[in-house]
Every structure is written in C-alpha cells, then in structure tokens.
Design a protein around this ligand. Sequence first.
Ligand code: 9WN
Length: 468
Amino acid sequence: MSSSALPSEVLTELRTSAIEVLRDNDLGGATRPSPTLYPHQWLWDSCFIAIGLRHIDPERASREILSLLHGQWPNGMIPHVIFSGSGSYHAGPDRWRSDLVDGGPEHVQTTGVTQPPMIAEAVVRVGEVFDPARRREFYRAIYPGLLRYHCWLYRERDPDDTGLVTLVHSWESGMDNTPAWMELTRRAAPIPLKLIRRLNGDGALDALRRDNKEVPSDQRLSATDLFTLYHLVGELRDARYDFSRIRASRVPLVQDVAFNAILARANDHLRDIAADIGEQLPNQLLRSARRTRAALPTLFADGMYWSRDARSGRLISRPTVAGFLALYAGVVPPDSVEDLVSRMTARRFWPAHGIASTPTDDPDFQPRCYWQGPVWVNMNWLLADGLDRAGRGDLAERLRAGTISMIAGSEGLYEYYSPFDGTGVGSNHFSWTAALLLDLLDGRKAAHHLPSARTGADDGEHLTRRGG
Ligand code: 9WN
C-alpha cells in the first residue's frame, strides 16, 4: 500500500506518535536515540533528528545540531557519542576514557571516534525553514566548529591526500556489522574470540553482554563480533585515538564508501553555508573536497561501489546498502545511473519494504538482524534523495511512500524493519525513525523544493539551498 492510500487519520496518528517519541527522548538540548539502549547523544542520529525537528520546532532543531559542538575535541573531531544522558550504555565512558587522553574534551566524556559527517546536510535542512537573517545567524554559530571538523577529517584521517578518509572502527561507519566491515573486523579478533566463533559459542557469550537486555541478541550483532568491537576500542584507547599510532597497530582501516559519499555531499553543503555568510573555505579544504569527488569513482568495480581495505588497498567486494550512497553523493556518471539503480531496485536489495542493508542472497543475510539485512529508515531517506538527484524522482517517491507505509504497519517506531514483511525490530521508540517520518510526511508538502538531477563530476553548481 502506498502512503497516499493510507487514511488521513492514520497519517495524523503517525505524526502524533513521531512527535511523542522525539519529546520523550529529549534530554534538554540534545535527543537520545532511544530510551534505554541508547541513552546519550549520537552524532549522525542528532543530524537526522534535527531534520525532523525542523518541522515542529526549528529553534530546537538548531540547538540539536549546535549541541554536537559541546563534545568537539580541541583537534576538531566531533565524537560519535557524547555521554550527556544519564542512563547506562553498553559501550559507555569507561571503555573510552576520553578524560585520560591529552587533547580530549574538557567538560564532557565522549567516545574517541567519529560517525558519518551528516552535520552539514542537517544544517542546510534546518536553514531552509528559517528566514534569511535567522538562517545566517545559525550558520555563523555552527560554521567555525563545522569547518574545524571537516579539516580534522582530512588532516587526521587522510594524511596521504588520497581524497578518501579512513575509518578506524565499524562504529564510525554507523552501519556496525555489515558483512563488509565484519570481514575485516573478524580477522582482527583475539584468538579466543575466533575460537568461540568457530565452535558456535556465541550463545554462551550472550550472557555477558548488556546490549541484549532490551533487544534480543538475534536482532543485534553476534556476541563474538560485539566483543571484538570492544577489543578494538581498547586498541584505539591504547593508541590515544591518534591516527599515526593506530596505523602502527593491527586495527582494521577502511576507506568506507558511505562515509566518503556523505562527506562529498557535506563538503558541497559546507561551501554553500560559507558562501551564504560571506566566508571562503580554506584552499586546502577545497582541494581535499575535489579529491574526494575524484577518488570516489576508484571505489567502483563490477557495477558497484565498494569500501576499500586501506591496509591492503583491496576493494571489499561484499555488497551492502553502503555502495548506493554514491547516488546521494552525486558522483555516479549519468550513463551508469540506470545500471546502479537497477541493482538497487532488484529484489535481492528491495524485496518489498525499501533497501535491505545486506542483500537477501548474501550468506550473512538475516532479515531481523541489525545491519545484516533489515531496512533502515535513514538509508531509505538518503537513497530517496539520491534517486531524486539521479533524475529518478518516480522511484524516490515510491521509496518514500513505501517507507511511510512500512512504519505504519508496525505498532511503534522501530530502529529497523524486516525487508520482507516490514516487521519492526531492534529498539522501539527510536528517534531517527520518528524524525525522518516527520520529514517524509511534511516534506511531501514541500516537494517543489526538491532539486533537479545532479550527477557526474562536480560542476560547481549547488543544489543544496532549496527554497530559502
Ligand atoms: C554504536 C545509535 C546508534 C546508531 C548506529 C547504530 C547503533 C551503536 C550500538 O546505534 O550503533 O554506535 O551500540 O549498537 O548502528 O548507526 O548511530 O542509534
């Protein structure tokens, strides 16, 4: 059923429950992703949350983004979690000890890694609903911190000027256990964890984990994968989160395709933000941004975009939703768009309810398990945007409508959904599902703001400032 076929009372009820979720998860100036499993502030969650909040409270939306700067490290990094809530999290401050790191943030505990750089997108989306004077005031407030963050990404994570920044932990990708990331992560597991995995002993380890108290273990990543991620956090902590030391360790390093696609788009937005307030991006950052656009095509092979193992230089050819974000970046050459889109709309990736995180014919596919198959609302949202940019507004609309009816089909607003039957799984009362649902519901009224297609090389034109 398309969302337009949903009765208006259902749409109103959906909107009301989305607003309720965002209110319940409001920590003051920031929003937690969900009440018990994720009680603090996450970087990319807050960006999606702000994109929804702009429809009900633009000032609160701008504070959501600005609050990310409270956790910014003196070197410019914006961390993936700011421990600003009061609940207990399974990978909480004691695992990271940012307070013991020289150059850690002064007043708050955070993790020592980052997450996909969605901030500039969120800033522009919030800017769209302000009048020009208020928009520029907001841009001026966020710009210095945002600029320092983009500079950090290149300075720290791309010291060789490849154009592609390198991630040091799957939590930085935001798509924690996709087969592509787990292929490398499992290789770096300590021997006892490798053995337990080989002997199918994950079930026994489940008793030792805390993240499965709200969400059943079989909807989360496996215990051996989770404990390997904890182990790698230990390695990063020992390296004081410093990239040159991390490079000298055995931690997997990945030029993640989705992260770099989001960065390519974020650089465009940042340039627009700067132009709007009469600032000029540093030449070095402009050069890096051009390199990113030039380097993304090097991740293309056999009809798909892949992440790269930054240590071996090899493309990690495990198909996941991440590769389709090349559409969101607008780097797919016009004559390749249809082929990539047909791969994305094939049943293995789009069986019924939007784009599966891992295709249904992958050996690791599990329809209800985290990033190993379920549909995520943020991915559908980003890909619908990418389809618009690629001139496939028809499919974008189908994806958006299907996402709304998928959410409507479950009681509650879930973290992820089965790609086959749309059952809600993972954490319930999940903020970015609520926020992006609001955007999908309200954004339809503002459809005239959508940009026309933009694909291929950077042509210097900006389609980021819609309306305004
Ligand atoms: C680790 C908060 C986060 C999302 C990630 C999602 C999940 C955390 C976890 O929850 O990851 O960062 O503990 O599982 O994978 O994308 O930002 O919603």
